[in-house]
Design a protein around this ligand. Structure first.
Ligand SMILES: CC(C)(COP(=O)(O)OP(=O)(O)OC[C@H]1O[C@@H](n2cnc3c(N)ncnc32)[C@H](O)[C@@H]1OP(=O)(O)O)[C@@H](O)C(=O)NCCC(=O)NCCS
Length: 195
């Protein structure tokens, strides 16, 4: 399993060591905890809703690991920090999900990019996206990646544009969030990258 150590972006000693690697079955419990946290913290960024997803078992995410996928192009990646006392903590993740139907197998979707508060701004988001692109480029016959991003998340949109994605459309009112005293609609920008 590939394991990359990231260069700290601040003075040596000021930051814990960070690394990005592909997730395996042993990481699923930590992945579920991180994902549940992300859905609670950022309901307007993700399509899945926190309450129903929290009832899922960690094993229900096994398919996302892409272990039985002969084509490649399905995987989860995690960003870890380790403290001076050792041990690693999953603080970020992103997924790549390849379509399985014959006419769509040349496409995959980037899913669930998250870096926990307290660990943002260190380059982990950018490294996770780069790792996903690396995986996509190595998958035979995979031609195109898509993603949809909440339209108000200009920083996320720019992150993907810098990685090579371009905007091709807007789905108005893609998400409908129930709020105390009303509803909030979230438009989604559709993006693609030709590999
Ligand atoms: C989007 C997200 C994953 C970015 O993670 P991150 O680890 O902070 O990303 P990076 O540190 O690689 O920063 C990405 C860019 O944003 C900039 N940035 C980071 N923190 C910033 C801040 N607080 N304000 C403005 N810009 C910031 C960085 O400078 C970087 O730009 P660069 O590549 O030109 O240096 C993270 O903020 C997040 O989890 N957001 C909530 C969930 C979400 O919206 N997910 C996307 C779903 S599509």
């Amino acid at each position: 399993m590939r394991h990359e150590t990231l260069a700290p972006s601040q003075a040596p000693g000021a930051l814990p060591r960070c690394s990005v690697r592909r997730l395996g079955p042993a990481d699923l419990a930590a992945y579920k905890t991180l994902r549940d946290q992300a859905l609670r913290l950022h309901p307007d960024a993700f399509t899945a809703d926190a309450e129903s997803e929290s009832r899922r078992d960690p094993e229900s995410y096994l398919g996302r690991l892409g272990l039985c996928d002969p084509l490649g192009g399905t995987a989860l990646f995690g960003a870890f920090v380790s403290g001076p006392a050792g041990g690693e903590q999953l603080v970020g993740s992103v997924g790549l999900e390849r379509e399985t139907r014959g006419k769509l197998r040349h496409t995959a979707t980037v899913i669930g990019l998250i870096v926990l508060p307290g660990h943002t701004g260190l380059g982990l988001g950018r490294q996770l996206v780069e790792r996903v692109l690396d995986e996509a480029r190595r998958a035979p016959a995979l031609e195109m990646l898509t993603i949809s991003v909440s339209a108000h998340s200009e920083r996320v949109l720019r992150l993907y544009e810098r990685a090579g994605f371009r905007r091709y459309g807007l789905l108005p009112r893609a998400l409908r969030l129930a709020k105390p005293g009303g509803v909030q609609y979230v438009d989604k920008v559709q993006m693609l990258l030709m590999l």
